[in-house]
Design a protein around this ligand. Structure first.
Ligand code: NAD
Length: 357
């Protein structure tokens, strides 16, 4: 049995998660999955009901779960709360509590939506890359750090540091992800300047010996940024550290031009994962039935692939998304001339139906 914890959160969160759950339940029937699905509170909704954005009950349920599906958190009504009670603290809380060190960010552009990108359609149409970013180490967490007085002026400093074991475990996630896809991994570093990158490259090479089927390459981060906008389809999986990954994954997401279509996963060393769309709670359209549920539905596909090891069912969902786009169905965020406008529920129903096609 697999335990799934569902945390709808705020804004459009409950609307999009409801549609994703319909898809998960149907795909569970098709694939014979034994699922125990539990619902919990996070973010502003948790603060309203329980006085904290990451309440004890949610913490306990998260620690028992095999996988967590999250909608989004946040909203203008929570902005005046003290920092520790704000919705985002709920997200940070669950990420650090579960030790989610690997962030997987696919950038997929369905050919049907190629005109949404700011790049030429032929450069991005059919794009399907995955960026694996280390999430709990590197320069964002390295010690020492601070701002202090030195030689009569203020001096700011951070430390870019990775241990061999930290590099090894994220490299392994990169190789394993590549094995489930096109079997090509590009490791991004700055080994020509940084010692931490020198070690990174050496350890990635070493781990690569365990994955002889994966074609490993290395690229300096400045070149990787350039190649992502010049010819993004050359990549399959990219693996990189925290700061480089932060920047490259946002650039890659924007290649697709449609925020309502992109899922993400954050994994720990036991394979437990938190799956969520990359977008926020979209308070401007919340409660209006206009939100695109596809990023959350595609997060369910990632959940099946990475926590439940059911690549077959993940692909079934991804194909259903393609089929619904082929049918011309569009929520307002991806609407274009000649297409059929549908709401959140209409899109969810069409996706469920397309699973059986
Ligand atoms: P946002 O991603 O919520 O919205 C940006 C724009 O994209 C809005 O116009 C919104 O309507 C649209 N949009 C987003 N998702 C959509 C979808 N599924 N379908 C259709 N349109 C969609 O970003 P924001 O407006 O900067 O932030 C709103 C709130 O969300 C803030 O409180 C912010 O802190 C929070 N936030 C949460 C997360 C998260 O939960 N992981 C991430 C980013 C922002």
């Amino acid at each position: 049995m697999s335990r799934i914890l569902v945390l709808p959160g705020d804004g459009i969160g409950p609307e999009i998660v409801a549609e994703a759950l319909k898809v998960l339940e149907r795909v569970g029937e098709i694939g014979g999955l034994d699922l125990e699905i539990d619902q919990g509170l996070i973010g502003g909704a948790a603060h309203d009901a329980a006085g904290h954005p990451y309440p004890e009950a949610t913490r306990g349920a998260a620690r028992r779960a095999d996988a967590i599906l999250l909608g989004a958190v946040g909203g203008p009504q929570y902005e005046s709360l003290e920092r520790d009670l704000r919705p985002e603290r709920g997200l940070l809380g669950i990420r650090s509590d579960l030790g989610l060190f690997a962030n997987l960010r696919p950038a997929i552009l369905y050919p049907q939506l190629a005109s949404a990108s700011t790049l030429k359609p032929e450069v991005v149409s059919g794009l399907d890359i995955l960026i694996v970013r280390e999430l709990t180490g590197g320069i964002y967490f390295g010690q020492p750090r601070g701002i202090e007085e030195r030689g009569g002026e203020r001096y700011g400093f951070n430390t870019a540091a990775y241990s061999e074991s930290e590099i090894e475990r994220i490299a392994r996630v990169g190789f394993e992800a590549a094995m489930k896809r096109g079997k090509r991994l590009c490791s991004v570093d700055k080994a020509n300047v940084l010692e931490v990158s020198e070690l990174w490259r050496e350890v990635v090479e070493r781990v690569g010996k365990e994955f002889p089927e994966v074609e490993l390459s290395h690229m300096y981060v400045d070149n990787a940024a350039m190649q992502l906008v010049r010819d993004p389809k050359q990549f399959d999986v990219m693996v990189t550290g925290n700061m480089f990954g932060d920047i490259l994954s946002d650039a890659a997401a924007m290649l697709t031009g449609s925020i309502g279509m992109l899922p993400s996963a954050s994994l720990n060393s036991e394979g437990v994962g938190l799956y969520e769309p990359i977008h926020g709670s979209a308070p401007d359209i919340a409660g209006q039935g206009k939100a695109n549920p596809m990023a959350t539905v595609l997060s369910v596909a990632m959940l099946l692939r990475h926590s439940l090891n059911r690549n077959d069912l993940a692909e079934r969902i991804e194909q259903a998304v393609g089929r619904v786009l082929d049918q011309g169905l569009r929520t307002p965020d991806i609407f274009g001339e000649g297409m059929t406008l549908v709401g959140t529920q209409g899109m969810g129903d069409a996706l469920v139906a397309a699973l059986d096609d």
